[in-house]
Design a protein around this ligand. Structure first.
Ligand SMILES: Cc1ncc(COP(=O)(O)O)c(C=O)c1O
Length: 388
């Protein structure tokens, strides 16, 4: 078969590749502890499941969904934005239901990027931004996220000729994979930057609800006038253990929402209406439903950080996300160390370079495994480090 050029240019999807490698080790009979993909191990909270059970029995929910998301889902999402962030969005013009944030992020690129255009993508970063830019014939300029700058991009250092061709600035805080957080001051700078150069600011806020130690992640739309340039993506996947349900929403600039809606109208038919009904319940009771997930991740984070530090890995406890971003031991590479962890210790982590070359020197651990298995993983990592 002769594949399209766009497909042959794109590297294989990171997680699919890693999964194949893990499967080969499992096939050898190794008990592999999966700390790779950020897919919550806990169940979706019962009130959401109960709502779904009822909604799925209602024949009116079996038909094609409203393309934009049902009005009541959009209203629930708008109420959530107001309650959680103090941000007002019009559910008719400034908010769109999505089949997960990933779908919306990908389709936004199709709405805005022509061949030769530039997008500004974090490195390391969630791969979807750069891959879809390549699909559209655009160029993904990789903005380094470095520890010495709190894993924030230095916008003023992006070359002018790149900025002038840029259509989208992608940001994502709390950040996957570095776990860094951003304050409103940084978002103000980013909004100013995008306004000055006519760039759409796309903030991926998929981890807004998973934060620790009294920290509350802001919305970029809290910045005065942000809606002139910004669109923000929210996901129900991580806070409510709903990765398989495929539901999220985008909100912000009405033109960007309309453009995204046009791509979607011609591509999909929106999320299953029953899932939207259940998601309304999740958004309406978010504080109560998220608290127990966060306390599980906090406990895992604390135990794992302590165990890794005892094993000589100087990891910082994150203020958000479900990950740990860990430095690899002196003298090793990300891929080499992740490969060694898999082959010699049966611990599956993602190498930092899987998210871009600036991820070199790090590996990512996902806290989506039971406490016992995490502790066993820490023991195996310690044994590997000591040669035992
Ligand atoms: C930064 C980031 N954005 C978006 C997503 C995808 O979210 P969803 O499941 O809503 O498509 C993920 C999932 O891992 C992510 O890490």
């Amino acid at each position: 078969m002769r594949l399209s050029q766009r497909l042959t240019q794109v590297p294989p999807y990171l997680f699919a590749q890693l999964d194949a490698r893990k499967a080969a080790v499992v096939a050898r009979g190794v008990d592999v502890i999966p700390l790779g993909i950020g897919d919550p191990d806990l169940s979706t909270p019962e009130p959401i499941i109960a709502e779904m059970r009822q909604a799925v029995g209602d024949p009116s929910n079996h038909r094609y969904p409203d393309y934009k998301g049902s009005l009541s889902f959009r209203q629930a999402a708008a109420r959530y934005m107001l309650r959680r962030f103090g941000v007002t969005v019009d559910p008719e013009r400034e908010l769109l239901g999505l089949i997960g944030a990933k779908e919306g992020l990908a389709h936004l690129v199709w709405a805005l990027v022509d061949p030769g255009d530039v997008t500004l993508c974090p490195d390391p970063g969630y791969p979807v931004y750069a891959v879809h830019t390549a699909f559209c014939g655009g160029f993904a300029y990789r903005m380094p996220l470095r520890a010495e700058h709190g894993f924030l991009p230095e916008l003023s250092r992006i070359p002018t000729e790149i900025v002038e061709r840029a259509k989208i600035l992608f940001l994502n805080y709390p950040n996957n994979p570095t776990t860094a957080v951003a304050d409103l001051e940084f978002f103000e700078e980013a909004v100013d930057f995008c306004r000055r150069y006519g760039i759409v600011l796309c903030h991926d806020n998929a981890y807004a609800e998973i934060t620790y130690d009294g920290y509350h992640a802001p919305s970029v739309l809290e910045v005065q006038g942000a809606k002139d340039v910004a669109i923000e993506f929210h996901s129900l996947s991580k806070p409510f253990n709903m990765t398989g349900w495929r539901i999220g929403f985008a909100c912000g600039n009405a033109d960007a929402i309309e453009a995204l809606g046009t791509v979607k109208n011609n591509t999909d038919s929106g999320p299953f209406t029953a899932v939207q009904v259940a998601a309304e319940r999740a958004l309406t009771q978010s504080e109560a439903l998220v608290a127990s997930q966060v306390s599980v991740y906090r406990r895992r984070r604390d135990r794992m950080v302590e165990a890794l530090r005892a094993a000589g890995i100087a990891v910082q406890p994150p203020r958000g996300t479900i990950y740990l971003w860990c430095p690899v031991p002196e003298g090793e590479t990300s891929e080499g160390f992740a490969g060694r962890l898999l082959e010699e210790a049966g611990v599956f982590v993602t190498p930092g370079t899987g998210y871009g070359q600036e991820g070199e020197g790090f590996f990512r651990i996902s806290l989506t495994c039971s406490d016992d298995r995490l502790e066993e993983a820490a023991r195996r990592i310690a044994a590997l480090g000591s040669g035992g």
